[in-house]
Design a protein. Structure first.
Lengths: 326, 396
């Protein structure tokens, strides 16, 4: 019998490889974190795992793909002046954010709102969420078929920093900086604005918040829109990294990873989502490199999820947006 | 085939208890068929049930026109698939319908059961070989162990975590089947065993001959239904219903919720494994394909469509989910979309499914009815007192 597993210790002993693995993990992690925020915000406000959030994300990816294809992007990166490239990417990001936000809002209005009005039990919400996720996934399947959309390569990453042989390239830098900036924005919105106060109030106690004059429905819709827009941004970054990522079931695994990130950081906690996302990205990347097969990433991240739930179900930072959970 | 009396309509009961007993029969009329059913003796009920059971056994032999799936798909094999889905739905119904736990990785247990049958009987496997029929209980034991191992860390938490953890579990089993060399990935295992027996040198259980497999599965379904019915009427079943209705209240009333949730999870897992082993035997080949999470959602759709908590519903739902894509092959590609829409639409408009369990407290439902009956020659005031039990059985 051939050996079950092969271990590659090089990832720990070679400093260049070690650092590269970390940098790449952080890049992936910031994408997870953006998606995780969507889970965390909705969970905080509605106490519901929005299973369909992975489809919100993938809708954004399709939007990026269509938009960039229309602009003439293809399998090889176009030779554009920097300013024009940035403009194109920003526009693509805005389109993706708008599409994802719309999809998230539509899901909320079509599926969750009627159930809330009826006061349906939790199980009903969960099953509906799964059903919605399934429906959207297969609408994409019927529309675009089983193969991914053609590649839309945006730019060729150029190495920028070299730290002991570990390379940070322009792609990684763009994604991490943009993602972290967005998360800071959301953190400020939730922490400082009137809308954010409303979100926190509804998360704390929806009924009391309503009595205090908070428009609960508007807050819920705003939450879905913010979460959706972040997922759209994450979709753009994911498409930068894997140009052929727009595939009907492409959101599913990423959704589980992002949810794991949200739980690891403390679901309902915005900073927790960032921390959890970055950790999950790095852990998954090391696992894949150490065991020599990218498919191990999913297994390891899943194991992390179970471990977190066993040891510290409230996550590393605990939850401060949502209610206390049993 | 449902073993509990499905007639215990709580609304009818409430009326019956509250109103004058003289008019009991009239008041129960809304129950219609259910009332008639409950008036039969146990023996008569069995005799009546015999008819659909015999019909179910004969279904592939009669091969009725319009219903048959030929020429597209062999009808006996379709019937076998319907039976396996029904068994799967029965198992998942214990977890989702009875205990109210959302298990999204049921396909994982199904896959484990298939691989147990493959590893211990296939000619491609280097393990010790055992007779195929032994792999059925073995598959149940192994999947039960998996279920318990997965349940212990997650069942202490609220249900929504369970959903995503089990979703991950289903996916992980599929990935492990792909990347672990002993599980042979896509090349898989061929020549999986079958039950013994042959006629004229031709084995009875053959992969292209669906009929014996269908009958075997039907027998198993009947046994499982009877056993589950007994379980439901026992302390275990009452605990599951209590947990489903209100976990905190159940815990407060002294139900060890974790223990019973684990029991439900393990029971469901074992039935999933059993179905997987049966499917592996009939197909005769197992590889890493077809164990995708989408199928898990189909299983869930079967339970929800049939009616959560209802065994008859689970059987019907499972059979429909398996039957529709094989009968209407032109829409087979749309099956995931169709059943996804079915899930959402049912949740929005008819969360109780096709066959709803009217009375949630099954056990007490039948007892209350008996009390109400007795009161016909007793004091009416008793009936008034009984009605105070009713609110517990409300909101079907």
């Amino acid at each position: 019998m051939d050996s079950w597993l092969t271990f590659d210790f090089g990832v720990f002993t070679d400093p260049g490889l070690f650092l590269s693995t970390i940098f790449d993990g952080l890049t992936l992690g910031s994408i997870y974190a953006l998606v995780a925020l969507g889970y965390t915000l909705v969970y905080g406000v509605l106490n519901l795992i929005n299973f369909a959030h992975s489809e919100v994300f993938i809708s954004g990816a399709f939007a990026v793909s269509f938009f960039l294809t229309a602009l003439g992007f293809g399998a090889s990166a176009p030779n554009l002046p920097l300013g024009l490239l940035v403009l194109d990417l920003v526009l693509a990001g805005l389109v993706a954010m708008a599409v994802s936000a719309l999809v998230a809002l539509a899901i909320e209005r079509i599926a969750y709102k009627p159930l809330r009005d009826k006061g349906a039990p939790r199980l009903v919400f969960l099953i509906t969420a799964i059903g919605m996720s399934f429906v959207i996934q297969y609408l994409f399947f019927l529309w675009r078929g089983p193969s991914p959309e053609p590649k839309t390569k945006m730019f060729v990453p150029k190495p920028i920093f070299d730290i002991f042989g570990g390379i940070i390239d322009s792609l990684q830098l763009t994604i991490v900086i943009a993602a972290v900036l967005m998360m800071i924005c959301v953190d400020q919105i939730v922490g400082r604005t009137k809308l954010g106060r409303g979100i926190r109030a509804v998360a704390e106690d929806p009924d009391t918040a309503t009595l205090m004059g908070v428009n609960k429905e508007r807050i819920i819709m705003a939450t879905f829109v913010i979460g959706g827009a972040l997922a759209g941004a994450a979709a753009l970054f994911m498409m930068m990294k894997t140009p052929d990522g727009a595939k009907y079931d492409g959101g599913f695994i990423l959704g589980i990873k992002a949810f794991t990130a949200a739980v690891l950081g403390g679901i309902g906690n915005i900073r927790g989502a960032l921390l959890g996302g970055l950790l999950i990205g790095v852990i998954g990347n090391f696992g894949a490199a150490f065991l020599g097969n990218a498919q191990w990433t999913d297994v390891i991240i899943f194991a992390v999820l179970i471990l977190v739930l066993m040891i510290r179900p409230t996550g590393i930072l605990g939850s401060n947006l949502g209610k206390k959970r049993a | 085939m449902s073993m509990h009396n499905p007639n215990e309509s709580s609304k009818a009961l409430q009326k019956a208890a509250a109103k004058s007993l003289k008019h009991e029969r009239k008041d129960l009329k809304p129950g219609g068929l259910r009332t008639w059913w409950s008036d039969r003796s146990r023996f008569q009920q069995w005799m009546v049930l015999l008819v659909p059971v015999v019909l179910a056994f004969l279904l592939p032999v009669i091969n009725p026109p319009f219903i048959t799936t030929e020429p597209g798909n062999d009808f006996a094999i379709t019937c076998f698939n319907m039976a396996v889905y029904a068994l799967v739905a029965l198992g998942l119904n214990v977890v989702v319908g009875m205990a109210g736990l959302l298990d999204m990785g049921y396909i994982g247990f199904f896959a484990v059961g298939s691989y147990v049958a493959a590893l211990w009987t296939s000619s491609d496997s280097t393990m010790i070989h055992i007779p195929y029929l032994w792999t059925l209980p073995l598959a149940m034991v192994v999947t039960m162990v998996f279920g318990i191992a997965l349940g212990i860390p997650t069942l202490r938490l609220r249900g929504d975590y369970l959903a995503i953890v089990t979703l991950g579990f289903g996916e992980i089993i599929r990935i492990l089947a792909t990347i672990l060399p002993p599980l042979k990935g896509q090349s898989g295992f061929q020549n999986i065993g079958a039950p013994p027996g042959s006629i004229d040198g031709q084995p009875i259980f053959f992969t292209t001959n669906g009929l014996p497999w269908y009958w075997l599965t039907l027998v198993i379904i009947i046994i499982v239904t009877i056993l589950l019915g007994n379980l439901e009427r026992s302390r275990v079943g009452r605990a599951w219903i209590a947990i489903r209705e209100d976990e905190d209240a159940a815990e407060t009333m002294g139900v060890p919720t974790f223990k019973f949730k684990l029991a439900a999870f393990a029971t469901g897992a074992a039935l999933g494994g059993l179905s997987g082993a049966l499917m592996a035997g009939q197909v005769g080949f197992v590889n890493n394909q077809k164990f995708d999470v989408q199928t898990s959602v189909l299983f869930l759709a079967a339970v929800v469509l049939g009616g959560q908590g209802s065994k008859l519903g689970a059987i019907v739902g499972g059979a429909i989910v398996a039957y529709v894509p094989m009968r209407f092959t032109e829409i087979a590609n749309y099956k995931f979309l169709i059943f996804g829409i079915v899930l959402v639409v049912l949740m929005l408009f008819r969360p109780q499914g096709l066959i709803s369990i009217r009375a949630k407290l099954l056990t007490f439902g039948s007892r209350i009815r008996r009390f109400v009956r007795k009161d016909q020659d007793g004091s009416p005031s008793r009936a008034g007192r009984r009605s105070s039990i009713e609110p517990g059985a409300e909101e079907a």
